[in-house]
Design a protein around this ligand. Structure first.
Ligand code: ATP
Length: 273
């Protein structure tokens, strides 16, 4: 049987409360929530509801989380696939997966389709030919364009896609009627990190001394994913020591661990010549 590349349609219970900071981005996607909930309000006046928006920003900053929160807030199904799933795929498979996904989504409209790492399929065409090309990726991209053009604007299918490489995307994706809106998702600043810590500290059993503000000051450059990671690591470290509450020292150890992990990852990405 065929492997399922996209998550089966699922009802999401993530809301904007789960997304800390990102106030501007939230304001922008709130409009999308309203399109999904009250399409008539817009179409009665002759408006065309946008089909797609790009969430642009570095890894781990909450793009997927925000897309899920849109579906959760609007209480519509969430379909997703990742561009990286399409790398090294057999001829014809990528395009047919895209076709199947849109078919399912249209049946379940209103809904959200989320495409993570769209740059993996949406790189400018024809630029890989030196390396033998990647025709299947192009087929997949072409199919995506065909599907986006093919459904009526007011059907209630809204496509959100995430990328950290806006510069490599095929311009065709950015034309009106496709991903004509861009929402930027940046790494959190000091206050943003404090808010994210607060979200992820909430379910934990903490010693009195634990302070989100201090933790935020100790984690410059961290994205939300790393902060979530720190909180979970700290809980595991404290548990390993048999503690009944997580202390500041456990967070410090967790921060060191996460920094160590990031350094290792960077070494793998850019090996010394
Ligand atoms: P990637 O580009 O690597 O796919 P992403 O931008 O889609 O990353 P997410 O997958 O949404 O990032 O984030 C990973 C996890 O990090 C989330 O599930 C959440 O736990 C945490 N996180 C990230 N940003 C935030 C935020 N703004 N508020 C709360 N949690 C966050």
């Amino acid at each position: 049987s065929k492997a399922q590349l996209f998550d089966k349609e699922s009802q999401i219970n993530i809301t904007f409360n789960d997304v800390a900071g990102l106030e501007e981005a939230k304001t922008e996607v709130m409009e999308i929530v309203d399109f999904l909930k009250n399409p008539k309000k817009y179409t009665d006046l002759g408006g065309k509801i946008p089909k797609g928006a790009l969430l642009v920003g570095p890894p781990g900053t909450g793009k997927t989380l925000l897309a899920k929160a849109v579906a959760g807030e609007a209480q519509v199904p969430f379909f997703s696939l990742s561009g990286s799933d399409f790398v090294e795929m057999f001829v014809g498979v990528g395009a047919s997966r895209v076709r199947d996904l849109f078919k399912q989504a249209k049946e379940k409209a209103p809904c959200i389709i989320f495409i993570d790492e769209i740059d993996a399929i949406g790189r400018a065409r024809g630029k890989n030919s030196m390396m033998g090309g990647n025709d299947e990726r192009e087929n997949t991209l072409n199919q995506l364009l065909v599907e986006m053009d093919g459904f009526g604007t007011n059907l209630g299918v809204i496509i959100l896609a995430a990328t950290n490489r806006l510069d490599v995307l095929d311009q065709a994706l950015l034309r009106p009627g496709r991903f004509d809106r861009q929402i930027s998702i940046d790494k959190p600043d000091l206050i943003g990190r404090e808010h994210i810590f607060n979200v992820h500290l909430k379910p934990l059993k903490l010693a009195e001394e634990v302070d989100a503000k201090k933790l935020s000051a100790q984690t410059p450059g961290f994205a939300g994913a790393e902060i979530a990671n720190v909180c979970n690591e700290a809980a595991l470290i404290a548990a390993r020591k048999g503690k009944s509450a997580i202390e500041m020292q456990d967070f410090q150890d967790a921060i060191d661990r996460v920094i160590g992990g990031l350094e290792k990852k960077n070494k793998i990405i850019s090996p010394e010549e």
